[in-house]
Write a protein that binds this ligand. Sequence first.
Ligand SMILES: *Cc1c(COP(=O)(O)O)cnc(C)c1O
Length: 355
Amino acid sequence: MLILMNPGPVGLSEGVRQALLKPDLCHREAEFTILQTGISQKLLEVYALPASDWAAILLTGSGSAAMEAMLCSLVTNKVLIIENGVYGERLTQMAVAHGINHHCVSYDWGQKIDMAQLASTLDQHPDLSQVAMIHHETTTGLLNPVNAVAKLCKQKNLGLLVDGVSSFGAEAIDFEQLDACASTANKCLHGVPGVSFVLARRRLFSTPPQVARSVYFDLHHYLSCQTQNTVPFTPAIPAYYALDTALDELKTAGGWQSRHQDYSHKMALLRSALPRLGMQEYLSQGEHSVVLNAFYLPNQLSYAQLHDQLKQEGFVIYAGQGELLNIFRLSVMGNMTVANIECFISVLEKLLNGQ
Ligand SMILES: *Cc1c(COP(=O)(O)O)cnc(C)c1O
């Protein structure tokens, strides 16, 4: 079996794989309600959020579905979107597609957010109601300073909507200052693609809009159904089974903190080995996530050559996006072991020495 070092879908544990084979189920039966309620409770438990203040709202779709639902449902007037990679830019595409009033603060991909500039931009737009940003920008592996932005939002009385698609379950997230966080089953939680979710403050749902911006992506509708033990549309039930098991496994393994430690150790192995083999890290120490890092390609190989040769040896790596043609990306999400990482490093070493 291939070791997936792409940022999701991730390699599955045997337990999660087996969960996909659980019994056929009708989503209008009590068994489904139990499954749905269980998952949403377990999602709140990952960051110890009280169910009295927070709801974990599940929907069927990939991580982008959760991002789109969060924007469509929770922007009350005008949102400031921070872009410094593909996913920040995707938030803007979504705002445009739904006619959501927005203003962008754009940086080059991988560039850090300038907090002073952000503060003055917030002051220039008194009609803002929310800020939306990416926590871990998977384009480059950059970890954006959610807590600092959250503090600023609090000072200015703005809600903060966070894309935590590639950080939820493995990076520290201070929910104290957030309004909502969107994520998915098949990244740091180690489930399969098909189910995504938004964790949001319950108070945001007290006055549903007269007309929703979207039918499928209306979180108000999902939450009201969930509260009544039902679901608006046909859910991806096997993906729910898998997520339920994946959340149990995360808890047994020691929660997000243990997963963070585990990823951190694996990423440290890669970050120490690759520069030695001629592939420098794209981001310096202190800026990157533990989940995924980007590295410059070695001089002697194109991405396609590197990818194809590694795939023959059992490892799937990931290309740079857009104009980042001189990098490749490695994720440590999923069921890979330290031995797999060590094997990857030695395969890479042989391959480069063989050139
Ligand atoms: C993977 C990812 C997404 C969503 O991708 P899907 O392909 O829709 O699952 C969104 N934001 C970030 C930061 C991601 O890493």
